[in-house]
Design a protein around this ligand. Sequence first.
Ligand code: 5GP
Ligand code: ZN
Length: 114
Amino acid sequence: MDNCIFCKIVSGAIPAKRIYEDDELLAFHDVSPQAPVHFLVIPRRHIRNIMELAPEDVALVGHLLHKAQELAAKLGCAEKGARFVINCKSDGGQTVDHLHIHVLGGRPLAWPPG
Ligand code: 5GP
Ligand code: ZN
């Protein structure tokens, strides 16, 4: 997608602090961290949001979640945990229309969200 900021991160047109990448996904630190650990896991392919997932994306979603878990543990969140968040569209507070999982950790997080 031409003017998608996360597609530009995937292609390397925009720099990001990359944590991990493979054929299907990319993980990088959020530019505006809301916790000591705050990174995003995204599919390389442009999927706008979780509402647009198709049945054939089920394996990809499993891969995204499993990698999010693995990297959260690697970054020190195994013992105390973390928050794994997918915002969707306007009511969900999504600001970048390319599916992404937020992983936030390193401090206690309040619930429910405002
Ligand atoms: P959303 O609000 O869509 O769930 O989350 C989008 C996230 O992407 C925000 O936390 C925001 O800080 C992050 N973000 C937006 N632009 C960039 C960027 O250019 N680089 C990185 N690393 N993160 C970004
Ligand atoms: Zn995109």
